[in-house]
Design a protein around this ligand. Sequence first.
Ligand code: CUA
Length: 339
Amino acid sequence: MLVALAGLAVGCASDAPQDVLDPAGPYAEQLDSLFVPVFWVAVAVFVVVEGLIVYAAIRWRRRGDDDDDGEIPVQFHGSTKLEIGWTILPALVLGLVAVFTIPVVFDLDAKPEGALEVSVTGQKYWWGFDYPAGQDPYGIDEGIVTANELHIPAGEPVYLTLTSPDVIHSFWAPRLNGKRDVVPGRTHTWSLEADEPGAYSGQCAEFCGASHANMRLKVVAHDPQSWEQWVEGMQRPPSPPEAGAAAEGFELFQQRGCAGCHRIEGAFEQVAEDSPPAPDLTHLFSRDCFAGCIYDLTDRAELEAWLRDPQRKAGSLMVIGELTEDDIDALYAYLETLE
Ligand code: CUA
């Protein structure tokens, strides 16, 4: 049994993309350096307590030669010394843990200097990311709006401002920092930093509804050169196609009402006033995943399947109606131009 459990635990840990025990940045490292000592303190407490229980169970077990005359053993009430002891000792242990924990709580809450700022909106069930304009050190002159994939420069602090229009979510990229609740009517802040370029996966960590389990995210950390390229690309809206299947798709996008909810800079900039929240598609194909990062955008079949049936994801608000295969091809051809 134990061997099986240990095997399971090891199996989970190998190659796990969301391993909290494998921090990839200073904030996550701070948490990890708290977790490790607290874990060993807990192990010590466990061994002492369990040891005493096992000792007592063996030492005072019922023996074969006990005379069973039905009499109740001598009764006595407690031990004041022991009770004071087991009240004070845990308090001391917790006090010691607090000495290390509390400064980290404040540290993680502080706004890092010179950080890249990004507003995060938790939607049902995807993430919106909004980079405010005028962040010169990061090359962001004009605002950038994207979804599900949070792009950041490696080695730089990122300061997130998190909100939600309706339900509570929790933003969690385990290798970059702990969780932070995203609560309607409140603005929470949180920091991230990745030491090395790479992709770090994350997810919503607070039950938020039908597709809570389908609310993933990805943090992509860039080296300076690829960061510059990404920022530049995101600040250049694609131009509407003039001919061919893509132009047909452009027409369809409007006819089918897609433009009522999805904003595309340089083409469909005004969504309907009562539109449900929908991801900005201006640079859709700069991303690798869509719909809460559960589908692979590099696999054409996934997006086609989505257009055929956007309800394949529980709680999806997308309504597009019946499409012919030609419609799907045309829409795909247009969406593909949104790089
Ligand atoms: Cu959003 Cu769970």
